[in-house]
Write a protein that binds this ligand. Structure first.
Ligand code: IVH
Length: 679
């Protein structure tokens, strides 16, 4: 390449990257995948490496991200906003109903009345009314904290500002969306490069406008399908409650209907699927809810989804395109994931250029080769996947690498695992960067202004190599000549905001912190379990060190926690015994300060007590008893040890009752237990 050619390409690349930065940071609508974006940046870097005279202060290589948008005020939800578990076929739905029946200890599932509603593909919101007046409206956010969109929601036609005949306090929840016709009109007025990919993106881009005047110009719609905090019950059933919200003036979906059993709900589903195109808005399935609200209350939630509702999704959309290349991505725990690079193709309204190939075995099973025409599909928000080969190209069978493409370490498969893993650990840059990204992510330490792009840039420059470096960033910055605030894309304000966000993140719950560490197999729920059972970081850490010895009490106690099995236990033990991790944990300890867990209740007589249920309970099912005990702060264990406080023995209790006697643990009958907790 001549210098002239290089200069031309350099200008092109910079323009392209700048445009993508604007899409990503200011408009919330990235038009290419992170990987494709990285490719552009890598090409630019390579070019500048070869022709150093092209490096100019305004080149994208000299910038760390773009200025984060000013942002919305954050509001904490009075009750978390949940999401839904998915069902893909009749069996999944049936299992959902049977699970609920079992939880409720009903004799049969046939008596459960269901409500079926279209699943709107939009953005969920919560709007709070006090004495009939709209106080504020919030996006879902991470389910705990959302963004204040009050001014924006006021501009939506038919959204009530005042209610008559409403409870003192009422939070309604629903979905904001854009009708297909409004989407078409909006897009027809926009430049080619500015067009929204689908109505959902258009709704998101329109609602999340700092200037509500812009929201007002876009025609948004909404439906209300639920509620949050209320000062008095609105009805006895979900159907009646939503109907009442409709009478108060909210838009409710006219397609909401009651079904009395599984076949009826399958009919409703088929009907909805067939008539999907007749609706003037996008839906991606049908939501099935248990109608009785007293049952909903008893069923409660697991993880972030209610046990009383499920999303019955429509089948995936498919398309055929060419497989141009297979790239290997390295994840946080070293897993090598093959990614298909495709000739871009429209799949159900979304342009797709990457799809997952899952793992080595899947590629072999489908015998996917570079150059083949392949069927890809996407369902809802899941990553598009390669389904099968449609027509064979002239490529050779694909050989999965034996080494990490990033650090070159050997990649191996553990027995019984499908994943091949890089053995480089923290030596591997890909793993280190992914761990950092996970550490600051929304469900983890949630550091605003430190997104994937900034993390990568900081890492590449050596500014942040480990999670602990994040907390020393500010102190180091004041001694640095090229201070953050003086860099391209940053300013006094964004730098100050970032440092404030980092300071804020030092105070968090133990469970978020455990999750943030990114230990294999440890998701948010397990992290919560650990925090609840050990209470403090020190207690957890000491226990994990001691649990190295599988004969120790510490190991047995770890396994006794209901929800922790041998695999999870070993992952925890391995993590704390790794020398690098011990250094990291010690460093982090000097920065962290733990706040109480959100839902921890201390005002019940069994708060903090460990309970074991055994035998058959008469009045409620075992699952409900467990959920109920946990909701009032008790820890439920699967086996009896000397740390157990109560064993609740139902009919035909067996060995656990004997263990209770052995350890001198107090045994309660079912009635005594309910008397103790005041039910
Ligand atoms: S109920 C606690 N009903 O789907 C249950 N959700 O995939 C809350 N959604 O976060 C949801 N239509 O944003 C419910 N008729 C409907 C819905 C609906 C769309 C969205 C909602 C939710 C997401 C879960």
């Amino acid at each position: 390449m001549t210098l002239d050619e290089a200069r031309k390409r350099h200008t092109e690349l910079n323009a392209e990257i700048r445009e993508h930065d604007a899409h990503y940071y200011q408009k919330d609508t990235p038009v290419i995948s992170d990987a494709d974006y990285d490719k552009l940046r890598r090409e630019l870097e390579a070019l500048e490496f070869q022709f150093p005279e092209l490096v100019t202060p305004d080149s994208a290589t000299q910038k760390v991200g773009a200025a984060p948008s000013e942002g919305f005020k954050k509001i904490r939800h009075s009750m978390p906003m949940l999401s839904l578990a998915n069902a893909f076929d009749e069996v999944d739905v049936q299992e959902f109903i049977v699970r609920a029946a079992k939880f409720l200890d009903l004799d049969s599932a046939v008596n459960i009345e269901l409500v079926c509603e279209p699943k709107i593909d939009g953005l969920s919101f919560s709007a709070r009314y006090e004495r009939g007046a709209l106080k504020y409206a919030v996006t879902r956010g991470d389910g705990e904290v959302g963004e204040d969109i009050t001014a924006n929601i006021r501009t939506i036609r038919g959204f009530p500002q005042n209610l008559s005949n409403a409870p003192e306090l009422l939070e309604v929840r629903g979905e904001v969306f854009m009708r297909n016709e409004d989407f078409r009109i909006l897009n027809s007025e926009r430049e080619e490069s500015e067009k929204f990919a689908n109505p959902r993106n258009a709704a998101a881009g329109s609602l999340r406008q700092l200037d509500p005047a812009i929201t007002a110009k876009r025609r948004l719609s909404y439906f209300v399908y639920g509620w949050g905090e209320v000062s008095e019950p609105i009805a006895d059933t979900h159907f009646d409650a939503v109907t009442r919200l409709g009478l108060m003036g909210f838009h409710i979906n006219p397609r909401m209907q009651c079904c009395f059993n599984l076949p009826e709900s399958m009919n409703a589903y088929d009907d909805l699927k067939e008539n999907r195109a007749l609706l003037d808005y996008e839906i991606d399935g049908m939501v099935i809810k248990i109608n009785r609200l007293d049952w909903q209350k008893r069923l409660g939630q697991v993880a972030r989804a209610p046990r009383w509702a499920i999303a019955h999704k429509f089948p995936a959309e498919q398309a055929v395109t060419k497989l141009e290349a297979i790239d290997i991505q390295v994840g946080r725990t070293g897993v090598l994931t093959p990614v298909a690079r495709l000739t871009p193709v429209n799949v159900g309204g979304v342009m797709v250029s990457n799809a997952t190939l899952h793992n080595e075995d899947e590629i072999a099973r489908k015998d996917v080769r570079i150059g083949d025409m392949v069927v890809i599909q996407r369902a809802g928000d899941v990553i598009p996947q390669v389904v099968e080969v449609k027509t064979r190209g002239d490529g050779a069978p694909y050989v999965f690498p034996n080494h990490c493409p990033v650090c070159g370490s050997e990649a191996v498969r553990e027995e019984g695992e499908v994943a091949k893993r890089c053995t480089g650990g923290l030596v591997c840059e890909a793993q280190a960067v992914e761990r950092l990204r996970h550490f600051v992510a929304r469900n983890a330490l949630d550091i605003d202004g430190l997104g994937a792009k900034q993390i990568e840039a900081f890492f590449a420059e050596g500014l942040v190599k480990t999670p602990a470096d994040i907390f020393t960033l500010e102190a180091r910055d004041t001694q640095n000549l090229s201070r953050l605030k003086n860099r391209e894309g940053w300013g006094e304000k964004s730098a100050t905001n970032l440092f404030a966000a980092i300071q804020k993140a030092r105070r968090t719950t133990l469970s978020r912190y455990i999750y943030a560490l990114g230990i294999r197999h440890i998701g948010e729920e397990t992290a919560k379990l650990l925090a609840k059972n050990y209470g403090t970081y020190e207690a957890l850490f000491d226990a994990l060190i001691a649990a190295h010895d599988h004969e120790s009490d510490a190991y047995k106690e770890l396994l006794a926690i209901d929800g922790i099995g041998a695999k999870v236990a070993q992952a925890l033990i391995d993590f704390v015994h790794e020398e690098h991790n011990q250094t990291l944990l010690n460093e982090l300890q000097s920065f962290m300060e733990f706040t109480p867990e959100a839902a921890a209740r201390t005002d019940s007589p069994v708060a903090g007590k460990t309970v074991v249920f055994t035998g058959t309970l008469q009045s409620i099912g075992r699952a409900e008893a467990k959920a109920q005990a946990e909701s009032i702060g008790a820890k439920v264990a699967g086996s009896v040890s000397k740390k157990t406080d109560y064993v609740v023995a139902g009919a035909e209790a067996g060995s656990k009752l004997k263990d209770a006697e052995k350890y001198g643990v107090k045994v309660l009958t079912e009635d005594e237990w309910f008397a103790l907790i005041g039910r």
